[in-house]
Design a protein around this ligand. Structure first.
Ligand SMILES: Cc1cc2nc3c(=O)[nH]c(=O)nc-3n(C[C@H](O)[C@H](O)[C@H](O)COP(=O)(O)O)c2cc1C
Length: 167
């Protein structure tokens, strides 16, 4: 075995689970950011967590509104997901700029992409300061899924979005 840094390690765990985190901006529109630092945390009650860099608009809006939808993007969003990861919602209207069609979710003002395999509607419960990130620990309120969709995963660490099995 050889010694690795943490960036190299993410390549060894590829494909990594990939989410597109949806939050409400101050103007009421939905911001989208790809986030791989995500995990189930509890079955009972159902809980999920994700970590964002301290400058992330996604993290800021989650902490300000207390609301978030953690979605798993479908295959058609492969390029759009990477574009969402190279711009910030503080200065870019990502859905509009990258041509991502959004749809409503029951009882939420936050929208999700039409091509979504799985969506966790969640409320922020606790924030933990972890190094250069904030960990957002959330209570899951609702889970919606569409098993006709093919999920994207992150390959080469976080360098590429593609399905887990290329067909
Ligand atoms: C595949 C992929 C995975 C990513 N995972 C994370 C992550 O887990 N945490 C994070 O803070 N940023 C992650 N990023 C980077 C953010 O998506 C990026 O910083 C984005 O610009 C944040 O947008 P925002 O400021 O609108 O939140 C990832 C990017 C890509 C392409």
């Amino acid at each position: 075995m050889k010694e690795l840094n943490i960036f190299e390690a993410t390549g060894f765990t590829s494909p990594n689970p990939l989410t597109l985190i949806c939050t409400e901006k101050a103007d009421g529109t939905t911001n989208l950011a790809p986030i791989c630092f995500v995990s189930y945390l509890s079955f009972n009650p159902p809980m999920i967590g994700f970590a964002t860099g301290k400058q992330s608009h996604t993290g800021e809006r989650t902490r300000e509104t207390g609301k978030v939808i953690i979605s798993v993007p479908g295959k058609s969003l492969d390029q759009a997901v990477m574009s969402c990861g190279s711009s910030t919602g503080s200065s870019t209207a990502k859905a509009e700029t990258y041509g991502i069609e959004l749809v409503n979710v029951p009882d939420s003002t936050i929208k999700i992409p039409a091509d979504t395999k799985l969506a966790f509607v969640a409320d922020l419960k606790q924030v933990v300061d972890v190094g250069d990130h904030f960990l957002h620990i959330c209570d899951i309120q609702k889970i919606y899924g569409d098993d006709s969709k093919e999920a994207l995963f992150a390959w080469n660490g976080f360098g590429k979005a593609a399905p887990a099995q290329e067909k």
